[in-house]
Design a protein around this ligand. Sequence first.
Ligand SMILES: [Zn+2]
Length: 86
Amino acid sequence: MSASTVHSPAPTAPSTRTAPTSRTGATPVVLGGSRALLWLFGTALFGVVLYYFIGIDQGATSVFGDNMYIHEFVHDARHLIGFPCH
Ligand SMILES: [Zn+2]
């Protein structure tokens, strides 16, 4: 094989992307078992409360009495998620 048949890499177009100059990746959160359970319980409780106020709290079954304040406040979210309303 002569030197003239050796293929050199084709010239590439300059990249428009810039290489990151430093690694700023996310640091994983490491929790112990009891703290993880606390976060899990808190998140689940928050989800249930949010679910109640968006989807269930209405009129006579309202936590804050027989009014529609919460219902009207979360009304658009209620329709966005697909709960029956009116
Ligand atoms: Zn509605």
